[in-house]
Ligand binder design. Structure first.
Ligand code: ADP
Ligand code: MG
Length: 622
């Protein structure tokens, strides 16, 4: 007796769906591509619970007649490829005829569509791959697809999904990429709570970027355009000052498709020469165009990757175009970040701290004001010396008058007290103490503990102290929200905005309080007290950027880390001259840390030479 049987169509579709629809975002991508292939001028995307509960995509494209609607959910039913030779020159986004069949296999789908020229629309529901009857209904020309309860019949897949915020962020990113790839099409993206963004479809990339990142940011972008024999590149790139700590602001399109290509991203960075800070990513929307035969559009439906037949050539063209765009403008105009007129910062954090001294001007800054950040840091150290506590842990910090509203406005947060609990540090004495000897090379503290000689990286040490102090305050809910005198408005990217809304409460617990204001704007009313004296706007921008990049389950934990490490900008810098009391304070706090060995970023804090090692080095013992 034979054992081989043909699987049912429903099962085959479900298995194949695993490749096409892995998460809400892939479903959103397929549906938008279909709308674009149908020549839609306007596309609306609605997401409920990040798309897990429901995705609705509405377009004003050519629609389907009754016959097509009946066929659309059948595997390999496509209006786009008819013959093998058509595959060579694929111009439409979809061509496999798999998407709708796959989506319908793992969700409850309802299609309402009216073809151009048709009097009425048809509606059909597909539930777990089973198609219901066709109904005639009234609806505008175009197509509306509702996808509910994704993966309700494939629990294994459902389990694989991340949090609602993560799934939503990915879906929004897909819409964002689509809007950038087609500035001539009007997109709107909304959740059950907010309209995240809307683009007008006027064909202008800058307008799309304004919708995504705010007018201020978009205005500053530089135009770029270049061509070689085979390739053409055009688009907009950010000034070096617009660089972000997340890659999420870099958008590359190859022949209209959003693509991730590390090689081309590197080429863009190279075009900035040395104008970008390490770890910062440029903001850009770049479009590379070429004959389709020169690029291998990876035929796997998800990998947004391509292979160029001459990658070097493309990379060179991109680097040169970026360099030329920057050279042309940087010399003429001073690249200033646009700030809201009522921005609360006293002065931007100088990038270059060389020569930074209390009350002096940093060379990187031409403003004749003392850098308040330096001052606050020094005061923190002095306080630490006086009280023997890590900076500001023993009482409410003094708000800087220019920056913070009066104390009565401070929410009554409880004041923390007490030291870091001493933890056993493997073979390290509990009463370990370091005696500073002096400062070397302007960045290291030399110290001894009676047994060894230590060379301590003063910046790393202070970062560690501040980090543990901040973390402990968070644990004990001792972080103060410092109200801002003038609330700070920030325009976030749609992804960052969605995230920001999702973690509003968690950030409020860390002292960062804000509320939504307009489509993608937030108004920040208070910041963690540890940010006192720092460039609050810059820190907030960085935190929301960090937020955007967070992935996985421990988002809250990661968020703490980023708020805390951002706060570590308050640490003493490498080239400050420290007074003996300051060094003593730092050493005293360091030995109390749970991990006095590594800075929050994991780098070592000190180098140690034991007595024995020194004796050997001096040949006192052999
Ligand atoms: P593919 O896009 O690869 O052809 P799909 O399963 O995504 O396969 O779609 C199947 C067919 O359904 C398409 O070829 C198209 O004819 C029709 N279709 C799907 N979505 C739309 C839409 N939004 N507007 C008009 N026709 C559509
Ligand atoms: Mg398709």
């Amino acid at each position: 007796m034979g054992h081989i049987q043909l699987m049912s169509a429903a099962l085959a579709n479900q298995i194949a769906a695993g490749e096409v629809v892995v998460r809400p975002a892939s479903c959103v991508k397929e549906l938008i591509e279909n709308s674009l292939d149908a020549r839609a001028r306007a596309i609306q995307v609605h997401l409920r619970e990040g798309g897990i509960a429901e995705i609705v995509v509405i377009d004003d494209g050519q629609g389907m007649d009754e016959q097509d609607a009946a066929l659309a959910f059948r595997r390999h039913a496509t209006s786009k490829v008819y013959e093998p030779r058509d595959l060579v020159r694929i111009r439409t986004l979809g061509f496999r005829g798999e998407a709708l069949a796959s989506i319908a296999a793992v969700a409850r789908v309802r299609l309402t569509t009216r073809a151009v020229g048709a009097e009425t629309a048809v509606r059909v529901a597909v539930d777990g791959g089973e198609m219901g009857p066709l109904e005639t209904v009234g609806a505008p020309v175009g197509t509306r697809i509702e996808v509910r309860d994704l993966f309700y019949n494939t629990p294994a897949r459902l389990k694989y999904l991340r949090t609602v915020q993560t799934e939503q962020a990915r879906s929004v990113e897909v819409v964002q990429q689509a809007a950038l790839s087609r500035p001539d099409v009007a997109f709107s993206c909304q959740t059950e709570h907010h309209v995240l963004f809307q683009t007008p479809g006027n064909g202008d990339v800058r307008t799309v970027l304004a919708a995504l990142y705010g007018v201020g940011e978009a205005k500053q972008l530089l135009e770029l355009s270049a061509a070689s024999n085979d390739y053409r590149v055009h688009g907009l790139i950010g000034r070096p000052t617009q660089a972000r700590s997340s890659r999420g602001y870099a958008h590359l399109f190859v022949n209209g498709r959003p693509i991730r290509h590390p090689g081309i991203h590197q080429a863009v960075i190279q075009g900035y020469q040395n104008r970008l800070m390490v770890g910062k990513h440029p903001m850009y929307a770049l479009y590379v165009e070429m004959d389709p035969s020169l690029v291998d559009v990876n035929v796997h439906p998800h990998k947004a990757e391509v292979r160029f037949s001459e990658e070097q050539d493309v990379a060179r063209l991109v680097s040169q175009a970026v360099a030329a765009a920057l050279d042309g403008t940087l010399l003429a105009a001073t690249p200033v970040r646009t700030r809201q007129p009522h921005a609360t910062t006293v002065q931007p954090l100088a990038l270059d701290w060389r020569g930074a001294r209390d009350g002096q001007v940093t060379p990187a800054n031409t403003s004749p004001m003392p850098a308040p950040a330096d001052k606050a840091v020094r005061e923190g150290l002095t306080e630490m010396y006086r009280t023997g506590e890590p900076a500001r842990s023993s009482g409410r910090p003094e708000p800087t008058k220019a920056q913070f509203a009066d104390e009565s406005a401070t929410p009554a947060h409880h004041v923390s007290s007490g030291d870091v609990e001493p933890t056993d540090r493997d073979g390290w004495p509990a009463d370990w103490s370091l005696r500073p000897i002096g400062q070397a090379l302007g960045m290291y503290i030399l110290a001894d503990d009676g047994e060894s000689l230590y060379i301590i990286d003063q910046h790393a040490a202070h970062e560690r102290v501040l980090y543990e102090d901040f973390s402990r305050k968070l644990r004990e809910r001792g972080v103060f929200a410092m109200p801002l005198l003038a609330p700070l408005e920030l325009t976030l990217s749609p992804v960052a905005f969605a995230r920001a809304m999702a973690v509003q409460q968690e950030l409020a617990d860390m002292g960062l309080t804000y509320e939504p204001f307009g489509a993608q704007q937030i108004v920040i009313r208070a910041v963690p007290d540890i940010w006192q004296g720092l460039d609050v706007e810059r820190l907030a921008v960085d935190v929301f950027d960090d937020l955007q990049a967070l992935k996985g389950d421990s988002v809250i934990e990661q968020m703490r880390l980023c708020v805390a490490t951002r706060a570590c900008k308050a640490a003493v810098k490498a080239n400050w001259t420290l007074s003996p009391p300051e060094m003593e304070a730092l050493c005293r706090s360091l030995v109390k840390c749970q991990d006095p060995f590594h800075c929050p970023h994991g780098r070592p804090i000190f180098v140690r030479m034991t007595n024995g090692e020194l004796e050997r080095a001096f040949r006192r013992i052999v």
